[in-house]
Design a protein around this ligand. Sequence first.
Ligand code: NAG
Ligand code: NAG
Ligand code: NAG
Length: 813
Amino acid sequence: MFIFVGVALLLHLSSLIMAEVEWGTFRPHSLISVRATAPHSPYFGFAYHAADSLDIRHVTNDHQNAIESFSWSRHDGRTFGDQQIRDVGLNLLVKSSFFKHPTHKGACALRVTAEAIDKSRPIKPISLVFYAVAAPEELDPRTNGVVEEDKAEWGSVGFGRLSHLSDEGLRDDVRIFGNANSVGGRYSILLKEPSLGSLSANSFSAPSKTVHAGGASGSRSLIRTRSEKPPDPPSFLSNFHISSSVAQPQSAWAIEKILPKVLARRSLTTDGTKSMYVLDDSIKETSPGAFVQRILQAPFEIDAGFVLREARDDKTVSDIEKEITGENLTSHLENYREVFDNKFENVYKLRKKGLSEKEQAFAKAALSNVLGGIGYFFGSSLVKASAETNGQSQEDIIMLQPISLFTATPSRVVFPRGFLWDEGFHQLIVQSWDPALSKKCLLSWMKVGQDNGWIPREQVLGIEARNRFPEHVKHLMIQDPTVANPPTILMPLYTLLSSNVNFTKEYRTDEKDIDDDEGYLNLQEFSKSILSPSIRYYSWLKSTQSGHVPDSFRWRGRSNDVLSPEGYPLTLASGLDDYPRTLVPKSEETHVDLHSWMAWASWALSRMSLSAGDNTSAKEFLTEHHKLRSRLIEIHGKVGETGDDHLDYLMCDHDGMDKDCHIGYPTILPMLLGLLDPGDKRVGAILHSLQEPSLLRTRAGVRSLSKSDEWHRKGNDYWTGSVWMPFNYLVLAALRQKYAVQDGPYRFQAENLYDELKQAVLQNAFNVYTQTGHLWENYSPDDDGHGKSGRQFTGWSALVLLIYADMFNLVVS
Ligand SMILES: *[C@@H]1O[C@H](CO)[C@@H](O)[C@H](O)[C@H]1NC(C)=O
Ligand SMILES: *[C@@H]1O[C@H](CO)[C@@H](O)[C@H](O)[C@H]1NC(C)=O
Ligand SMILES: *[C@@H]1O[C@H](CO)[C@@H](O)[C@H](O)[C@H]1NC(C)=O
């Protein structure tokens, strides 16, 4: 009796875990990898290298000169994705596909294929290495060590008993076995004998004599050659080789560093002139990781299938493996591609709008890279804390409680982490495709908010994220609880609640994939759950970022210690780092962009309160909004003096004594967020600057700082002129939703600008993508509008998709 109770409880527990756990490509920094949305999830995936070298390709910034680009051509954010990696260094086009079983939770597959980019050039044999590691994601903050009690959570990975293992390797399919409580228990991973590309004695130009070791093909024969004469090279090359990881659990994720330790150089020719790196075929009983290697000649194809054993219902593991690998995988992938393409057209209607196939492919890649850039992280933020000890003030770094974050990321290469203000734009894209997926990310962000409302702006969570943080800016890892970031996260929260997106099954790739907790959105229930953290966040901003006069605002964190090359202080909090502000930071200064964000946020919160059925808050926020809107003009509106409307009606920062006027993103923001009335002369002045090439207009779009400004392209040439997609999106949204549709003296001017600007922004981003294969962090304001700063920047630059589709829905009406 007891035994039954115990078993039932265990089953219940693992099914509870499994209900929450999703498997996906949630390690955006790795080229080909999968993990689950659970702390301490095992990771698995592929790394590769030329078999005669140790230049290992594992994460997206390995061998950047050799890897020209990597991009998801399709990714639905949940069940399926197709990625292409152009490795010009190896003349290799690697394609990887992710597939999740539609009904069987905890079963998914990776397929890797490769072919020559230039078929007329030779390609070296490739060592493709599959890895599975049981990595703990957070060290114990007190001991800086692995928490032993958590060992069952992060589990172990191995090969089981392999009596027949020798340095001849393994013939036929190989299985890895693992166990991790965090994801629901025992699992197995099948590495299938490659259907294409396997090296054989014939395909490889080496000595002709071959030893036929072992029995009939198809059986895992016992091969013992150690005691005999050394094996002839080609035969071991046509087998799998394996090894257990030699790493400590806390560094098991660093595949590119561990792998060289278990790869041994083996000679292929009797004279030793030719050799390759082969796994050492040694295994340990318990280990945090397992490797399986196959040396292949392109074109090749190999499948790996993951099955969570506890979740297999009445099917056998091998039945499920058959469903997710081989021919079945081929037909699943074909089917999913078609479903994706149909849904893409249903949602964005780009074919109907007359876009070319190439433009549609560009827009698909923009969406897919946002979805394929979604990551799951678990760990602690490092935070600056001022502690009073014995009456003396001292600065300390503390670790917050470990927490999980499910988030999109700005760039898989340079910023594979959560960024608060980028995420506000990312989620506009995610929710256009899959509102329930966006809801999941947004709820996760609300949970990383602290009790006082503060949300740390850069989320560096877990050992891997901390260790991969760029060395030269390591100080930015420490979050400061007095420093803010624009509250853009309220944009997707607001649009999700007020939008006209249809929250029905139509939007899903596969109906069967709906779980109860995130299938249909109960909007009122969702509004209620996010309303109070959103209000807390707003109140935190208001109390910590207020200015010296009532209802004004000032970005904190400006100091004479963090300067541009010319020596003026940066304003990292604003998100517009090197945009010129008051040259000497003062407590009397106030900032027009922060004021605008706050005026917008109070309006959004009023609408969100209504959705949640809280009419009292709705009314209060509306009153607040009207007050902030009129104070915006009083504090930041320039008072006309010259008689030239274009100069007299600017919006400016205020340094405490005078207006501090530059023309650029902060000063046009009042219009971008819809805070100015259509008849306001300030709208005329801003429209003029948006059209005028000597001010903000460029062939790539609207630049961040006027060309006529003394600091244009100074600072770090970052936000001092470069063209950024999120602000161009906001300009277009404001025109499309308000200034080009509501009556007023500037309506026709706004209509024309909308058409021209939309055309220019899309044309430039598309041209640069066609030439370089990338979306970029920003675009040059001069000459050819080329991509600048980070390449492969598929976070908010992917807003091109929403611009193509005319999806704008966040402006104060
Ligand atoms: C495909 O999957 C089905 C079960 O859905 C299985 O019966 C069949 O053997 C599989 N085909 C191959 C080629 O593995
Ligand atoms: C949403 O989609 C469903 C199913 O296709 C349809 O019946 C319904 O009318 C749609 N609602 C709106 C508001 O478009
Ligand atoms: C709240 O306001 C809405 C719209 O103004 C109204 O329809 C609703 O009845 C109000 N609810 C309550 C509880 O007063």
